[in-house]
Design a protein. Sequence first.
Length: 156
Amino acid sequence: MARQPKENAPPDEELDEIIRNIADRLAAARKDRGLTQAALGAMADMTQQQVFGLEQGTSNVTIRTLARVAKVLDVDLNTLFSKIGASSSTRLVEALESFRTLLEERAEQERAFRREIGELIDRASANAIRREPEQKEGGDGCPSEAGACSGAIKKQ
């Protein structure tokens, strides 16, 4: 008698995605530890071809085999089956921390820029106020300040 699929069994697409996620997490963990497929295979009592199939999601492996590989890679077996693996969530946290740091640096740069602009405006205003009383017009329409109209058109 053929086995009937259970009603609550995940559809093939969902199962394929789970297998792909597990395979990707195992491959990432192996690479993070600097191991070759052959080295991982030797440590987990598997061949390089079996590790390759596991990482491609094409091998039909047992939970015991996954547990053995996870132990060698020092990866929690629950992490392999979770929606977001520890390495993914760790990378997400690191990315968010980097983004927060960038925002803080940008805010500080903006504050410094505003301070500098404010200082420039203050200096320009102070200079303009100091010059106003000095710039009285002489009879020729030029400010009376020495040298202000030197070389200007002379009256004939």
